[in-house]
Design a protein around this ligand. Structure first.
Ligand SMILES: [Zn+2]
Length: 70
């Protein structure tokens, strides 16, 4: 399943979400706004440190990313 990265135009919050099906309504988890913009290539620019799963030192991450737990 594809994971897309979004940026909220309302509060400028960035988040990732799993798209179960096309046309799904995306809302910002911070402010609940639907004014979100999909960013290109969700993983590419996060690969330099944050997304390293082998030795991230974080045990509370279940989403494969430390972006939400630090
Ligand atoms: Zn927002």
């Amino acid at each position: 399943m594809p994971i897309y990265e979004y940026n909220c135009r309302q509060c400028d919050h960035e988040f990732e979400t799993l798209i179960m099906r096309q046309g799904e309504k995306i809302e910002c988890p911070e402010c609940g706004s639907a004014k979100v913009k999909r960013l290109m290539s969700g993983f590419a620019h996060k690969s330099d440190g944050k997304m390293v799963s082998e030795h991230s030192g974080c045990t509370s991450c279940s989403a494969g990313s430390c972006a939400s737990c630090h």
